[in-house]
Design a protein. Structure first.
Lengths: 196, 85
């Protein structure tokens, strides 16, 4: 079966770029400024991807049940963990920040994207040592095994430090995952672009 | 009091990352939660931390926050009367 390549977005050039992209292309979601770098990177990449493919966003009470979100990364929420740790490091200046604490889980980024788009499908975040196309294709294929999921927002989102991140985001449709090897090949092409 | 209100607004903007809001955008009598600044429950917790960190006010009963965070004027008045630093 002839299948076209996956549409995708790659970003990896510093936190200032995320804010610039937000202001230039999104601008209607002030919660962006409260997010940690991992969520900002995932959020902006997902927004740019959805614009690129021209997908209409749900409004009001509409929601999409059959879109899952499956993301991968190597350092998970380590960056947010460090930022939070700083608020509790000094016993004489011990003021745990609730706003930083809420991001000390990597799957929060999947929630931010799901809330924005009214998607109510499955969400998950896997920790891999590095972007591994075969592993990712396997987990994505597994995510289609339920009776609901028709498409997945998938990607690699990683943030080692506040100003250092790497993200790609793509949409996988059920037919893309029917041949796991072929899907791995397509993901590898995106990973090559990510690592350039 | 005016100086205190301006300082408080600046602190709130900074701690809650209200990037696109300036002190003059915040109405002194408008509700901070709900329709006003659209703050959420995590923001409420951050405001409690702000009061403790910057003004030495430890809220023993978090439910009291609902009354204290009614508006900038109410919050500034409470801080003025209860601050320990």
């Amino acid at each position: 079966m002839e299948m076209k390549g996956l549409d995708y977005v790659v970003l990896n050039q510093g936190n200032a770029q995320l804010t610039e992209l937000y202001r230039a292309h999104i601008g209607d979601w002030p919660k962006f400024f409260k997010m940690d770098t991992l969520s900002k990177a995932g959020f902006v990449a997902s927004e740019l991807l959805l614009k690129k493919i021209g997908e209409r966003r749900c409004e009001g009470d509409e929601f999409i049940q059959n879109r899952a979100i499956v993301l991968f990364g190597s350092t998970a929420s380590l960056c947010a963990d460090r930022n939070y740790q700083e608020t509790i490091q000094d016993k004489d200046n011990y003021y745990p920040s609730p706003a930083l604490f809420v991001y000390t889980l990597p799957n929060i980024v999947t929630g931010e994207i799901a809330i924005r788009n009214h998607w109510r499908g499955e969400t998950s975040f896997y920790v891999l040592e590095e972007p591994d196309a075969a592993q990712m294709a396997f987990h994505l294929a597994c995510a289609f095994q339920d009776s609901v999921t028709e498409s997945i927002l998938a990607g690699w989102v990683d943030s080692r430090m506040n100003d250092d991140f790497q993200v790609f985001m793509t949409i996988i449709r059920k037919e893309d995952a029917a041949d796991t090897e072929r899907l791995a090949g397509q993901l590898q092409l995106i990973i090559n672009d990510l690592n350039k | 009091m005016e100086e205190m209100i301006l300082k408080l607004k600046q602190e709130i903007i900074e701690v809650l990352n209200l990037e696109d809001i300036k002190p003059e955008d915040i109405d002194n009598d408008a509700p901070l939660f709900g329709e006003g600044l659209g703050l959420d429950s995590i923001d409420a917790l951050e405001l409690i931390v702000l009061m403790e960190k910057n003004y030495g006010i430890k809220l023993q009963d978090p439910a009291k926050g609902k009354e204290i965070f009614k508006s900038i004027n109410v919050m500034a008045d409470y801080i003025q009367k209860n601050r320990t630093r």
